[in-house]
Write a protein that binds this ligand. Structure first.
Ligand code: ATP
Ligand code: MG
Ligand code: MG
Length: 361
């Protein structure tokens, strides 16, 4: 790995890279460069090119968005070095380095004096993550989202996800479809809804936004002293999309108290309380950037992200569990069932969800 590091210009001695953090997609290391001025840390990452087939497009997205966020930070008098990631260019002024074996590497400046929380411990953590991702939307509201590359094509193309699901049912490779007819029907019964958001986008009624697409708590760095959500990281899945999808995915995984594969569905409940907490933080931070229709359709984001996830789990179960890693045979089926239970809860709470949105508009 020392060879990799020679692709960058260093003004000091560079330490051995040490594995760092708890990311699952890329390989992340910390390195320290020591010079007469002192020690400075960096993050070295090997980009997962199995997942991301176009590292050049991906890094163009990252540089575009971080340059924009840095300018915004300067304008509001915030510290630009802590408001977003900072890509360190190679000696050849490239945003990443491709080694002779084809592997792709990038370096970020280490954002010091921050904490990265692995799990939501309290409602306050969930609220703070909503504020951070709301701010991300707010700051990037004027970014030309159509210029971004789709790093994973058709990522939230719900009608396409449904078509893939239908194919998995028709093929029934594992002979499992007969036992999950109820779940299959649950997905099919909502077919007309999968178009709602993409149709509004196509009709020009919803704006294309910069979306993050991995809005987890551990993709935010919080200031160690103030606890403020400083810097949204992990920008690999930044793509053009709908604000409701980022919001919806956060609600899908955050607004409940159960494990994603909970087998006892009586323990799987959509929490209106957590929905309200997230909505409050998200709209307080981003509300003024959104159009009225965009705000009204946020519950659609929650429901469609949950259904999309559920149908992907069920399709993977039908296809023999090739995509989502399993620890036991029915794990993907259990995962699908929790998503369907959460969806049914959202449908029961649909009016209440709309009212919560109105409250924070
Ligand atoms: P995921 O599994 O969420 O997709 P990943 O493999 O894409 O993660 P990152 O989220 O980019 O990896 O980074 C992994 C961890 O490294 C982060 O959770 C954070 O703790 C730390 N980290 C990343 N970049 C920085 C940085 N610039 N400064 C400080 N810490 C960082
Ligand atoms: Mg991450
Ligand atoms: Mg990631």
């Amino acid at each position: 790995m020392k060879d990799i590091l020679t692709a960058w210009k260093w003004n000091g001695s560079v330490s051995e890279p040490i594995p760092y953090g708890e990311g699952h997609i890329n390989q992340t290391y910390a390195i320290t460069v020591t010079s007469v001025q002192g020690a400075k840390r960096y993050i070295l990452q090997k980009i997962n090119t199995n997942t991301f087939k176009d590292p050049a497009g991906l890094m163009e997205n990252v540089c575009g968005v971080t340059d924009f966020l840095r300018e915004k930070a300067k304008q509001r008098g915030a510290d630009p070095a802590r408001a977003t990631l900072h890509v360190v260019p190679t000696k050849e002024e490239k945003p990443y380095y491709q080694a002779t074996d084809g592997s792709c590497w990038r370096i970020y400046e280490f954002v010091e004096n921050t904490v990265c929380l692995q799990q939501v411990q309290s409602a306050e953590d969930f609220y703070q993550s909503a504020v951070a991702f709301g701010n991300f939307q707010h700051q990037l509201a004027e970014y030309p989202a159509h210029t971004l590359h789709e790093t994973i094509p058709h990522f939230h193309d719900t009608p396409k996800r449904f078509a893939d699901f239908q194919r998995a049912v028709a093929e029934d490779r594992m002979g499992r479809a007969a036992q999950v007819q109820r779940e299959i029907e649950f997905v099919r019964a909502r077919e007309a809804e999968y178009h709602v958001m993409v149709d509004l986008l196509a009709a020009g009624k919803l704006p294309l936004r910069v979306t993050h697409n991995d809005t987890k708590l551990n993709n935010i760095l919080f200031d160690k002293t103030t606890g403020e959500g400083l810097c949204v990281i992990d920008l690999d899945t930044v793509m053009p999309g709908l604000a409701a999808n980022d919001f919806g995915d956060s609600i899908r995984f955050g607004a409940n108290h159960c494990a994603e594969d909970e087998a006892d569905l009586s323990k799987v409940n959509f929490s209106m309380e957590l929905f309200e907490i997230y909505t409050k933080g998200f709209l307080q931070a981003a509300g003024e950037a959104f159009t009225p229709l965009e705000k009204q359709t946020l519950p659609w984001g929650a429901k469609l992200m949950t259904m999309e996830c559920g149908m992907r789990f069920l399709a993977d179960y039908l296809e023999g569990d090739h995509y989502f890693h399993i620890n036991y045979e029915t794990q993907n089926l259990n995962r699908a069932r929790t998503q369907f239970k959460l969806t049914a809860d959202m449908e029961r709470n649909w009016d209440a969800m709309q009212k919560v949105i109105e409250k924070y508009c």
